[in-house]
Design a protein around this ligand. Structure first.
Ligand SMILES: C[S@+](CC[C@H](N)C(=O)[O-])C[C@H]1O[C@@H](n2cnc3c(N)ncnc32)[C@H](O)[C@@H]1O
Length: 396
């Protein structure tokens, strides 16, 4: 499955001025804050005429201003809107959204505005408890420990403050610190209890809901250099003739590193659609969103600077099922590791079905990574989800 040059001209939204004027900062916090809100368990459970995808672009821009990031471009598919941001990505489905932002963004500061907007624009009322808290179907917030916590805005400097802030909005939130609890090795998760009053039954359940995330640090310098543009690097500097340098270079980086070729071209129907949107930052850095079969995404973000190099991969593609067993997450992981060759990485895998072949295979994934030593390997039973976490380090 690879992308074609047509992907450079079929954006639903693109901010050429912003792409031309973005510039680099010094020490950059690659590790992202990841907020996923399921307002309803399924689009069939929405009780009003409008859905999240009816929220207009200018409303998303206002919400994202509070997070301190901007929209570079957006592509719409049949099932989702994939936004490429100045600091990572936003995926909007009819009934849920995933917001992933890096740097010194203030992700949680958008919550009040987000709930106000959907109440005004969609008549979605989730503020139902007497204490004014919100009760969407499910909320997840997670992040690995930061490389530069002191650079973050106040509440994001430490996990306990983030949890206190989330608890002002939601009831029944549970907080986890996963992995050995030292300065650079843990990963945090906040998750609310599933709202039992929402409709139940097969037509309201996403059976194939899986999320696979790989967070890599200390990238191999040659690999990291593939995401640097300008003199003496492996990617040529853009020419003046390019109308949108960031998107052009992003496309070139994707093709060169074969990041569009992670999933086999053998998904259930080989005509499955594939959409791509990538951006190369100046002088370095890369972000991309890929959408497969209209409803599955994977997203990659790279901070290549020596000293704080970092790359992340996140996917909701149930690879074993859609490839009919021809490909699994080990295969996906090996492809990603070959592109970045990190010294350390952590991975998380969420699934509803602990007896699925995908989950059973992932439990033994470290046995197929002879170059890496396992530091932590943990499974959580979170009632309606199972979480697998593993941290690995390259053998010397
Ligand atoms: C937004 S990208 C990808 C971030 C992502 N979370 C990651 O995995 O690293 C960050 C990279 O782009 C570079 N960059 C250059 N200009 C930037 C800008 N205006 N905003 C954000 N990043 C920028 C950063 O220095 C960094 O190397």
């Amino acid at each position: 499955m690879t992308v074609t040059i047509k992907e450079l001209t079929n954006h639903n939204y693109i901010d050429h001025e912003l792409s031309a004027t973005l510039d680099s900062t010094d020490a950059f916090e690659g590790p992202e804050k990841l907020l996923e809100i399921w307002f309803y368990p399924h689009k069939n459970a929405i009780t009003t005429a409008k859905t999240l995808r009816d929220v207009a672009m200018d409303k998303w821009i206002e919400i994202l201003k509070l997070v301190k990031c901007e929209v570079l471009s957006m592509k719409k598919t049949q099932e989702l809107d994939a936004f490429l941001l100045s600091e990572s990505s936003l995926f909007v489905f009819d009934h849920k959204l995933t917001l992933k932002t890096c740097g010194t963004t203030t992700t949680l500061f958008c919550l009040a505005k987000l709930f106000d907007t959907i109440e005004q624009e969609l008549s979605w009322k989730f503020q139902t408890t007497p204490d004014g808290k919100y009760a969407p179907f499910k909320v997840f917030y997670s992040r690995r420990c930061f490389l530069f916590p002191c650079k973050q805005a106040a509440i994001h400097q430490n996990w306990a403050d983030e949890v206190d802030y989330l608890n002002q909005f939601f009831d029944h939130g549970k907080s986890y610190s996963v992995g050995r609890n030292d300065k650079s090795n843990h990963w945090n998760l906040y998750v609310t209890e599933t709202d039992p009053s929402m409709p139940q039954g097969r037509e309201y359940t996403e059976d194939d809901d899986e999320t696979f995330e790989v967070l890599m640090t200390e990238l191999d310098p040659h690999c990291a250099n593939m995401f640097v543009c300008g003199p003496d690097t492996s990617t040529p500097a853009p020419t003046e003739a390019n109308e949108d340098k960031g998107h052009n270079l992003g496309y070139q980086m994707t093709k060169k590193t074969k990041l569009d070729d992670i999933y086999l071209n053998s998904s259930q129907d080989s005509d499955a659609s594939f959409h791509h949107d990538a951006f190369a930052f100046t002088p370095c850095g890369y972000s991309s969103n890929m959408v497969l079969a209209e409803k599955y995404y994977y997203t990659l973000h790279v901070t290549p600077e020596k000293g704080w190099s970092y790359a992340s991969f996140e996917s909701n593609i149930p690879v074993f099922d859609i490839s009919q067993g021809k490909q699994d997450n080990l295969n996906v992981l090996l492809h990603i590791l070959s592109v970045f060759q990190p010294r350390e990485f952590s991975m998380t895998f969420f699934t509803k079905n602990a007896s699925s072949p995908s989950f059973q295979k992932i439990l033994r994934i470290n046995e197929s990574l002879p170059e890496y030593t396992k530091l932590d390997k943990i499974v959580y039973d979170l009632d309606d989800y199972h979480l697998f976490y593993m941290k690995l380090q390259k053998k010397i």
